[in-house]
Design a protein around this ligand. Structure first.
Ligand code: SIN
Ligand code: CO
Length: 384
């Protein structure tokens, strides 16, 4: 278990003063930090087909980028390269624990845990990200510089798949040591150069762009065969300009679109499904054979503990205390009766359902059946 130590700063102060506003260095944010994985384990993940990884190397000012899966790392020498592995929380339960201290931000805003291993001189160069990130220093030391957003900075590509930014003025300039944490809001230029072999853990957030929302909504309409209203114009009068698209026509098209997206009642179902879809492969393994509900009840009553599959996205929506709960798990919806708030919270709020909490599920048959189904899909599992 990792515990975030903000010193004098409360979480409420952090949200008010820093979140999405300015970068913050949290010295020893994790006291006595122990790496949840080794560089060798990370390298092992980068050999896997299902795992997204890339290697960035800079030799004499010449940037190179290769994407995984890799066969081995023998040819890269002992300096000036970094390997970055995406969604490590999906594959490595101890590493996934690093996300938990940041769950003061809603689940749906959390993206994944990216882990990088860098040799001395290694880094991805100065750049901007579109998302908030907490970068945790693991083993080794790394020199980090972070600046404030600056419209005069220019982005450029020293390699077709590497976006960097022109030199910036740093407001944080620090040599990070194990357990130190950097919070970087979107748009703040930053650069980390490794001083020795080092591991960095990035808890990244997501913030959908209008384009993504619209595309997601369009997919939802297609999948559910929702046509919506069609353009109609019984009020049209005769025109001589048949080649022209009139202002009036455009107003009506705009109105049709606005009507579609302003149906607030339909929003939760679509958004909940959309935002809980997995972006990266999940390590989902169905138990074979499937469990019977009675077996699960027995294990739970004997004191077994359940863990949620790494990277599984879960959220819920309840319009008011007396309305049904829409529980969104991995892009699907389960409707629960209004009084099942605790069930939704136990599934969504934490990665683990402890011994005491498990008994909540054995107390009612419907809950036990729900849990049995989730376990049989490989979405929750008995922790050893
Ligand atoms: C890294 O870990 O090397 C890159 C992290 C970042 O800059 O977002
Ligand atoms: Co970055």
């Amino acid at each position: 278990m990792y515990q975030l130590n903000l010193g004098e700063l409360s979480l409420a102060d952090f949200m008010q003063q820093y979140w999405q506003k300015q970068p913050l260095l949290i010295k020893q944010g994790f006291k006595n930090f122990q790496d949840p994985l080794s560089a060798d384990e990370l390298a092992g993940l980068a050999l896997e087909d299902d795992v997204e990884s890339r290697l960035v190397e800079c030799r004499d000012g010449n940037w190179q980028l290769e994407t995984g899966p890799f066969e081995d790392f023998n040819r890269y020498g002992d300096k000036d390269w970094t390997i970055l592995v995406q969604a490590v929380d999906h594959w490595h339960p101890p590493a996934a624990e690093l996300i938990e201290p940041f769950r003061f931000i809603p689940n749906w805003r959390i993206d994944d845990l990216m882990v990088s291993f860098s040799t001395p001189g290694g880094g991805v160069g100065p750049h901007l990200d579109q998302y908030d990130v907490f970068i945790i220093q693991g083993e080794g030391k790394r020199h980090w510089r972070v600046g404030m957003p600056d419209a005069s900075l220019k982005q450029f590509c020293p390699h077709p798949r590497l976006l960097q930014v022109t030199p910036f003025t740093a407001c944080i300039d620090v040599i990070m040591e194990p357990g130190d944490i950097l919070y970087i809001p979107p748009g703040c230029p930053h650069e980390g150069i490794s001083l020795e072999n080092s591991l960095n853990y990035s808890v990244g957030f997501r913030a959908p762009a209008q384009k993504d929302l619209l595309t997601g909504l369009a997919d939802y309409l297609l999948d559910n065969d929702i046509t919506g209203k069609r353009f109609s114009d019984p009020q049209r009068s005769l025109t001589g300009n048949i080649g022209a698209i009139s202002e009036q026509d455009l107003d009506q098209v705009q109105q049709l679109l606005v009507q579609l997206v302003s149906d607030r009642d339909k929003l939760p179902l679509w958004f909940g499904q959309y935002i809980t879809q997995a972006k990266h492969e999940l390590d989902q393994q169905e138990p074979d054979p499937h469990y019977q509900a009675e077996e699960i009840a027995e294990y739970l009553e004997e004191g077994s503990v359940l863990a949620r599959l790494g990277g599984l996205r879960c959220s819920y929506y309840q319009a008011n205390e007396s309305s049904d709960i829409q529980l969104f798990i991995n892009g699907t919806t389960i409707v629960l009766p209004a009084e099942e708030q605790v069930t939704a919270q136990l599934l969504c709020d934490s990665k683990r359902i402890d011994q005491q909490q498990c008994l909540h599920f054995t107390a009612r048959e419907e809950r036990l059946l729900l849990l049995t189904d989730l376990i049989n899909q490989g979405l929750w599992y008995f922790e050893e």
